[in-house]
Write a protein that binds this ligand. Sequence first.
Ligand SMILES: Cc1cc2nc3c(=O)[nH]c(=O)nc-3n(C[C@H](O)[C@H](O)[C@H](O)COP(=O)(O)OP(=O)(O)OC[C@H]3O[C@@H](n4cnc5c(N)ncnc54)[C@H](O)[C@@H]3O)c2cc1C
Length: 454
Amino acid sequence: MTRFDLVVIGSGSGLEVSSEAAARGLKVAVIEPGPFGGTCLNRGCIPSKMLIHSADVVETIRRADLFGIKAEVSAIDWGFIIKRVVDTIDADAAMVERGNRDNPNITVFKSSCRFVGPKKLDVGGEQITGDTIVIAAGTRPRVPDIEGIRDVPFITSDEALRLPKQPARLVIYGGGFIAAELAHFFGALGTHVTIVYRGSRLLRREDGDVSTRFTEVYRRRFDTILNSAIVRAHRDGDDIVVETASDGSKRSISADTLLLAVGRDPNTDTLDVASTGVAVDDRGFVKTDEYLETDVPGIWALGDIVGRYLLKHSANLEAAYVAYNIFNPDSKVAVDYHAMPQAVFASPQVGSVGLTEREAAEQGIPYAIGRYDYYDTAYGSSIEDRDGFAKVLVQRDTGEILGGHIIGSEASILIQEIANAMRLRLSADAITQSIYVHPALPEVVQRAFGSIST
Ligand SMILES: Cc1cc2nc3c(=O)[nH]c(=O)nc-3n(C[C@H](O)[C@H](O)[C@H](O)COP(=O)(O)OP(=O)(O)OC[C@H]3O[C@@H](n4cnc5c(N)ncnc54)[C@H](O)[C@@H]3O)c2cc1C
């Protein structure tokens, strides 16, 4: 059995730890069955945002008449849109893999692996072990238990980002950020989109006001069927027919494509982490301590597979902590997740950080709220954003920023200043007393804070 100083399972954010170990001269193994770079590069953040930019361009053209410009979209070159993305990410993935293979301290195993004993891994028939092992094997799209689902050619986000042909009629099952982003992508480019979701509001983990506004806008854009589950699926010629059920009512929807976006499952089962004694929580995510070490000394975990935030910047943050903690065992540092921002690159965009109003109330924190509409700022009205607003929460007695929630143009950018101020544990004064460029969009954030009455 081959022994390594350090083994990293998964080539997403785990690579930060393997490259640090290799730079220190350790004998390192990286195990990855798929393209290097993990979900973010190959099946997640990057391809989805590249594709969504095409949708944003179409939307800008369609809104041009609001600004006195007559313009129209004469054709969608689907093949070009997909090729631009695929060529870019495939080249990047190949470059990352080459970088690992060229490193004399790293052995690349292009195969999936699973634990077969304490710190013992089977990698495509070969057994290896590591003094230190980092589990960074991520998650995969969940396939819900629906009658007939295995008999229809459904897709998940894995396939949705590389479809050779644009769907004409698409049913998306789910109401989280992946469903919302892909509905925007396909819908803006001309696909007829129907969203089926079990919840009463899309993006239900966002602050209630944001989620409600987002749902209103999506109801204007798409057939949005809420409080409903898909209970059955079958084929009808080339079509897929799904049957939805909500309280007392049933519907049947035909489409050429069915996209499942109902959540993600951790890869702990396929990795058989129990064989090495690593414990998982009731959802199957790896349990770790505050330093990201598992129950088994020397086995660490990071990223989506630990299930705290399923976000790339969270996985990167955790990777930096794991790299530090492995090599500084006498001065380990607990992960500081404070002020973890997130964004939904739909239309409208959503950006959020910190507590929602409901969470603040549930935690019994005395809070005050500020809110400001984009349209009431000079820039917001100049770009005709009539749906957007920023909502902020501060602690009533200290003014400490508790959370920020933005829906509207460039929300993914605007949220950053709130996240930065929160991360430094600054009070609202940091924003209200700063000098803002007039009449730029960030004024909506400053005015939201300025509108707080404590
Ligand atoms: C459609 C989509 C859009 C997204 N958009 C965003 C976004 O805009 N912003 C954001 O922050 N996050 C986004 N995410 C989430 C982001 O992609 C993940 O949070 C991030 O990639 C997690 O990194 P990771 O290293 O934990 O896991 P991954 O990147 O998933 O890497 C895990 C790797 O482990 C490998 N692996 C799995 N099982 C085994 C095994 N048994 N043996 C060996 N290797 C194995 C996999 O092949 C994979 O390459 C998006 C995700 C999706 C699906």
